[in-house]
Design a protein around this ligand. Structure first.
Ligand code: SF4
Ligand code: SF4
Ligand code: SF4
Length: 195
């Protein structure tokens, strides 16, 4: 008899719920499901979960369309109908539950409400709040922040700035800024402001 512990879909679901964004939850769940409980014995579940992963990847990358959501729903309904065991049917129900939050449609519109999906966000320094202390520049491992630390009694310093091409969105700078000058914004809105 094998000592290998069975991975339960309910446990994966619970772990997925630790994320905030429903699309991220779905991707975490599907990857974990594919890695273990999915046994490949029936077509609707095995094909359906692989296809689901591809569609989720598109949505998370910012290239998703309404057709991806339509396909995800179709795949899920086929899995509920024809999967051979409860694991496949439950998986489809979880995916539909996350789609029903409305977050998938928002991602198609270019917004991750939870600011968790890196393709949809960027880090930005609000000039009015920056006191030019330089703490963010010190912690940034990617040389993505430019600015000169203010010296007492000298004027003419400009607020620090983030170079988006170098920024990996690691989030370290936001943790050290003493004035809350670094914000996470929707790329979509920021582009609108720059135009
Ligand atoms: S539905 Fe059940 S039997 Fe079919 S592939 Fe999924 S886990 Fe295996
Ligand atoms: S998010 Fe990370 S990479 Fe981007 S500016 Fe901040 S510390 Fe640097
Ligand atoms: S840590 Fe905050 S206040 Fe200090 S330089 Fe960076 S953005 Fe400005």
């Amino acid at each position: 008899m094998s000592d290998r512990k069975e991975v339960k879909v309910e446990d994966i679901k619970r772990e997925a719920e630790a994320k905030h964004c429903p699309v991220q939850k779905a991707m975490y769940y599907i990857e974990e499901f594919l890695a273990d409980p999915m046994c490949g014995k029936c077509f609707p579940c095995s094909f359906g979960t692989y296809e689901t992963k591809i569609r989720l990847k598109e949505i998370l990358s910012g290239r998703g369309t309404e057709a991806d959501i339509f396909s995800l729903k179709r795949i899920a309904s086929e899995m509920i109908e024809a999967s051979r065991c409860k694991k496949g049917k439950d998986t489809a129900k979880f995916i539909l539950e996350w789609i029903d939050t409305g977050a998938f449609h928002e991602h198609i519109e270019g917004v991750c409400r939870e600011k968790e999906c890196l393709s949809f966000i960027e880090y930005k320094i609000v000039p009015e709040k920056c006191v030019m202390c330089g703490d963010c520049k010190v912690v940034c491992k990617y040389d993505a922040i430019i600015g000169e630390k203010r010296k007492p009694y000298l004027s003419g310093y400009l607020p620090f700035e983030i170079r988006h091409k170098r920024c990996t969105k690691c989030g370290e700078c936001i943790k050290v800024c003493p004035t809350g000058a670094i914000e996470i914004v929707d790329i979509k809105d920021d582009i609108k402001v720059k135009v």
